[in-house]
Design a protein around this ligand. Sequence first.
Ligand code: G
Ligand code: G
Ligand code: MN
Ligand code: NA
Length: 254
Amino acid sequence: RQVLRELEIALSEDQLEFHFQPIVALNTREIVGFEALIRWKHPTRGLIYPDEFIEIAEQNDLVRAIDSQLLKRVAKTLSNWQALTNTPLYISVNISAKRFIDSQLVNEIEQVFKQHRLVPGSLLIEVTEHALIKNIGKARLLFHQLRSIGVKISLDDFGTGYSSLSYLNQLPFDIIKIDRSFVTSINKRKLNHPIINTIVVLAKTLDIELVAEGIESKLQLEILQQMDCQYGQGYYLAKPMSEHEAEKLVTNRS
Ligand code: G
Ligand code: G
Ligand code: MN
Ligand code: NA
């Protein structure tokens, strides 16, 4: 199909790049890491967002080549940034769960991690629960492989699936990302926000780091701070930005 053909060209002509959105410690507002978000810099159509092409790529083998290229690129960025700062810093990459179950990808992550001598804990993989369903046994094996080299794994969009809690029980996630919809629902000052509050307590009890996604207002930030939610991400804190801009933040940070 047309899009696939164009994606092949995009790949060979380096039109795919990452934008980076800061992830921030809510009490100090310090940047602890960035989520890498893929963008397609199309020569005539401008910037294209992943919802227009990721699914198509995932249905095709091309996604392997895209993942490999982006993985190498992000590792290079991370090692550059690590040279700019003494404070720990991570980059978090989204991997579609379908691809995650593939051992080839995990082997590649391992190679890239070692080749660039990345600091343990500096590369995070974000997966959503949806496709882990089918193969928990395999997923557990791959989690183990990744964690043994120092790659961390976060559970993205937490709370949206029908069995989020069961995943937490079965797989050793390092980080939980509360889905944006829960943060969006904080829109007025109330005595309590029971669902989010429960997630905060849950993460604490399980000793898993917690990131609240989609913080768009001061009110949301304040309420999450009051609940003692550790980390956050969202337009109110910082929007996704080019690699160049993100690098400036990294440089200024330390
Ligand atoms: O900023 P935003 O429109 O980028 O992202 C939309 C969706 O695309 C998010 O759900 C995000 O997880 C997904 N996404 C962003 N970058 C990547 C990527 O590199 N690989 C995969 N598989 N998904 C991505
Ligand atoms: O599914 P995932 O969590 O990977 O998606 C991240 C997506 O959320 C990206 O598309 C990113 O651009 C978007 N995003 C980040 N912060 C905000 C925010 O504050 N509000 C909204 N509406 N989207 C956000
Ligand atoms: Mn994500
Ligand atoms: Na998410």
